[in-house]
Design a protein around this ligand. Structure first.
Ligand SMILES: NC(=O)c1ccc[n+]([C@@H]2O[C@H](COP(=O)([O-])OP(=O)(O)OC[C@H]3O[C@@H](n4cnc5c(N)ncnc54)[C@H](O)[C@@H]3O)[C@@H](O)[C@H]2O)c1
Length: 459
């Protein structure tokens, strides 16, 4: 008959104190984990569809020749960081607002002493930009609903597509990105700058060096009080708010989730399997609207669907869990949570702190780890990143992307990452609508996650 853990430990004889008992229990747990790992390894390895683009490379280039589509707040910022890199050109810019094209063209001219060609003849004019033969990369920084049609068209024109977050807002569009990237064999990368934060890169480095042991759980989020922006009608406020009227789920999952997915080697040894998701009531925007405009204003009559706080829990194929939250309407400080937990310790962001075995009952400051585990990218480009957008990570992302294109290296994030991280929007929405019941997350790699090697970002 199978013995309980206590019987097993006690059967080992001797006067075990509580610590020994726990040590023994952990050893049994580790044995179990090993057994499960071996059992999993014996599962048949899925055969990736021919044409899988994990690890895709493009021939090296001396100059990255870019076009930017959507030069509002973010597009202009991305373009400025891109222009700080060596070996780049911006040859075309596009926006439906001619004044924004003029402004962006002026910024480019100052830097490269030559104006890019401007396109602003309506919402489909990006196509003329994509057709140009003096660009090989299209940066897409438009509202969410435009990312996929623009990226697909750019790839069909033989260009790499780099789109802002989230890459896509539904599962069908995620598949469209994957299938187009596989067919055209062009890079399709989501510009997830948060994977290049100094803390996130340090944690990635620590994870790779085994500091936290075997990873078991992560927590991620996008908690950002955007009430003023969402009621402003300006910039993102002109389009983002409508998503809160029409959808209820995690509308913006990738900023927090991207780094945690990289810690866990998602799509490179593990994958998102299924999720369950719930939303709190939708109250914040309505109440903020009444305060700002008065109860009789049309803005205050809007029926918002998106719950103020959405909490999603993802289960991975290896059994790990990831909590992902989204809240852009509650009064609280900004946070992407950035927590990763393993058998030897835990790191948590906001504020950064660490707890490592055996001194894990209290949080410790991370300063002493910053130097030891500084990521090579920060060591190399950190000085130049000072003053750049979002604490420097916007430049680090562009620097790394441009360097990979110059050297013909695979990119740190591929189309499968863009799809897996972004599809949480629709998967969470489906779960919320069905009392939090679980929803399967598609395997966009079609089994290749089992054989794709982890990122070589730490050299
Ligand atoms: N990574 C980050 O930290 C970060 C920060 C902010 C925004 N974003 C993302 O960047 C994207 C843009 O956000 P934003 O804040 O710049 O919004 P924005 O509204 O300021 O800019 C979007 C621009 O796209 C233009 N546009 C709309 N439709 C177009 C079309 N068919 N053709 C050409 N141009 C078109 C608009 O005129 C506008 O100038 C969004 O996906 C957002 O989620 C990312």
């Amino acid at each position: 008959m199978k013995k309980s853990i206590k019987e097993t430990i006690m059967g080992m004889g001797s006067n075990l104190d509580r610590r020994d008992f726990l040590k023994g229990a952990l050893a049994v747990g580790a044995g179990l984990a090993l057994h499960q790992a071996i059992a999993k390894a014996e599962e048949p390895i899925g055969v990736a569809k021919p044409g899988n683009v994990a690890g895709l490379t493009a021939p090296p280039v001396n100059v990255v020749r870019a076009g930017f589509v959507g030069v509002g707040g973010r597009g202009t910022g991305d373009m400025i960081e891109f222009l700080k890199c060596d070996g780049v050109e911006v040859n075309a810019v596009c926006d439906i607002v001619p004044a924004k094209v003029d402004c962006a063209a002026g910024i480019v001219e100052k830097k490269q002493h030559r104006k890019p060609v401007g396109y602003s003849s309506g919402p489909e004019d990006f196509k003329r930009l994509c057709q140009r033969d003096d660009i090989d990369s299209v940066f897409i920084c438009t509202p969410w609903e435009w990312h996929v049609p623009m990226a697909v068209y750019a790839m069909q024109c033989g260009k790499h597509a780099f789109m802002e977050v989230s890459a896509a807002m539904n599962i069908a569009d995620c598949w469209q990105l994957v299938e187009t990237a596989e067919k055209t064999r062009k890079h399709c990368m989501m510009l997830e700058n948060c994977c290049y934060g100094e803390s996130e890169l340090m944690v990635l480095n620590m994870v790779r060096q085994g500091v936290f042991g075997d990873l078991t759980h992560g927590e991620a989020g996008y908690i950002h009080d955007l009430r003023d922006l969402k009621l402003s009608g300006q910039g993102e406020g002109a389009w983002r708010t409508q998503w809160s009227v029409d959808h209820n789920g995690n509308l913006y999952p990738t900023h927090g989730l991207g780094p945690v997915a990289q810690y866990m080697n998602i799509n490179r040894g593990d994958r998102f399997d299924y999720l369950t998701s719930m939303s709190s009531p939708a109250m914040g925007l309505h109440q903020a609207s009444i305060k700002k405009f008065g109860p009789n204003h049309p803005m205050s009559k809007i029926d918002y669907k998106c719950g103020d706080m959405n909490t999603t829990i993802i289960k991975t194929a290896k059994g790990r869990t990831i909590m992902v939250q989204h809240d852009t309407t509650s009064p609280r400080p900004y946070s992407r949570i950035n927590l990763i937990s393993g058998t030897l310790g835990t790191f948590s962001g906001y504020p950064d702190r660490i707890a490592l075995s055996p001194n894990s009952h209290e949080w410790q400051e991370v300063e002493e780890y910053r130097k030891k585990y500084r990521h090579p990218l920060i060591a190399k480009a950190g000085e130049k990143a000072k003053g750049a957008g979002h604490g420097g990570m916007d430049f680090i992302m562009m620097y790394r992307l441009v360097d990979c294109l110059h050297r013909g290296l695979p990119l740190d994030m591929d189309v499968y990452d863009a799809a897996a991280w972004s599809c949480i929007v629709e998967c969470s929405e489906k779960s919320v609508a069905n009392r939090g019941n679980s929803v399967d997350i598609p395997d966009f790699t079609r089994g290749a996650w089992k054989t794709t090697l982890p990122l070589g970002i730490v050299s």
